[in-house]
Design a binder for this molecule. Structure first.
Ligand code: NAD
Ligand code: TYD
Length: 352
């Protein structure tokens, strides 16, 4: 690691917390600043173990605030940025698209400007790494995989905002010579994911014997990757990736939602000592998500061939570890599902 001062945005969130942990522990001679607004999705409990590390500091702040970012960049003179902060949930983007434009698009452009204004044209040894999603590529039919050359075709306000931010990052590379790199990853799962996304929501509902709201016919396909495998990929891209390039990251692990939910129910029955088949009875088919993408699947050949990365955790093992984490971290779960979460759940699911 040649970088001295790295900014990680969104480090109190799900993926950001795992990335921070990996980097802070692996690179003791590099200083890491975690910038996070601590929205509903950000939680300092996720990174409590890092609090007293000498190479780590937390700064609470908003990437939508350009003036704040300018001062922060002048204070720390970041030679590297790993940008994860975002509004990240598709269903919320359908309710409030503008929040996604403000954080994901304007917030990203603010960061690019702060980086550009700090270094002027002296970009040698610097890197701006933007974390994106496979959802920018749109939806696949029964066959085929997303490659780095697949044209962008977003369908949700979330994926549209991420696509726009990717375009801005590339435009700053091409126009101002910013050293940028982008990776587009498939669906992550693992500890510390906010229980609005499919896997942690359903773990929580199964535990409490609440209905499992399956959108549409459940025949939608996602490519699942364990979050620590994603963090390892981010490490490879940050340290070995070529500037100006894009890397797709995926698990080579496709599941239809209904098959995944069956597996989850069966694993939970075992772990909770329930009769086999009991949790499956909670499955409830509800109104579909509008604009629902049928299938995502990543071709991760490039990152494998060029950077030597591949997933290490197999899905059943990762899912089992994830369930164990949620069952062992009851306090974390009850903290994040109290208050505002209850209102969110009522609002989102009473109409489906
Ligand atoms: P998350 O919602 O768990 O965390 C987002 C974090 O960003 C939170 O800590 C939140 O407080 C912070 N944040 C939000 N708005 C902010 C603002 N205005 N200023 C500063 N901080 C702010 O998200 P996640 O699932 O960890 O995703 C992280 C990144 O990875 C996102 O860019 C997302 O698009 C991308 N991604 C996610 C997945 C996935 O499956 N979760 C897959 C591929 C890519
Ligand atoms: P999600 O975890 O929201 O991730 P994304 O939409 O970014 O892929 O959803 C994963 C899949 O699960 C998606 O096809 C929508 C579906 N889903 C449900 O069927 N019910 C739910 O309550 C949720 C949150 C998702």
């Amino acid at each position: 690691m040649t970088h001295k001062n790295i900014l990680i945005t969104g480090g109190a969130g799900f993926i950001g917390s795992h990335v921070l942990r990996l980097f802070v522990n692996k690179y003791p001679n590099t200083h890491f600043v975690n910038l996070d607004l601590l929205t509903y999705a950000g939680n300092l409990e996720n990174i409590k173990d890092l609090e007293n590390k000498p190479n780590y500091i937390f700064e609470k702040g908003d990437i939508r605030d350009a003036g704040f970012l300018k001062k922060l960049f002048e204070k720390y003179r970041f030679d590297g940025v790993i940008h994860l902060a975002a509004e990240s949930h598709v269903d919320r983007s359908i309710e409030n698209p503008l929040a996604f434009v403000q954080t994901n698009v304007i917030g990203t452009v603010n960061l690019l400007n702060a980086f550009k204004d700090l270094w002027k044209e002296d970009f040698n040894g610097k890197l701006f790494y933007h974390i994106s999603t496979d959802e920018v590529y749109g939806s696949l039919g029964k066959t085929g995989l997303f490659t780095e050359e697949t044209p962008y075709d977003p369908h949700s306000p979330y994926s549209a905002s991420k696509a726009a931010s990717d375009h801005f990052v590339r435009s700053y590379h091409d126009t101002y010579g910013l050293p940028t790199v982008i990776s587009n990853c498939s669906n992550n799962y693992g500890p510390n994911q906010f229980p609005e996304k499919l896997i942690p929501l359903f773990i929580n509902n199964i535990k409490h014997n609440k209905p499992l709201p399956v959108y549409g016919d459940g025949q939608y396909t996602r490519d699942w990757l364990y979050v620590i495998d994603h963090a390892r990929a981010i490490d490879e891209v940050f340290n070995k990736g070529k500037t100006g390039e894009t890397y797709n990251i995926g698990g080579f692990n496709e599941y239809t939602n209904i098959d995944l939910i069956h597996l989850l129910c069966d694993l939970m029955d075992e772990k909770l000592g329930r009769l086999k088949g009991q949790s499956r009875k909670l499955i409830t088919f509800v109104k579909d998500r509008p604009g629902h993408d049928k299938r995502y699947a990543i071709d991760a050949t490039k990152i494998n061939k060029e950077l030597g990365w591949q997933p290490a955790v197999n899905f059943e093992e990762g899912l089992s570890k994830t369930i164990d984490w949620y069952l062992a971290n009851d306090k974390w779960l009850s903290n994040v599902t109290s208050g505002a979460y209850q209102k969110y759940y009522e609002q989102m699911y009473h109409k489906r």
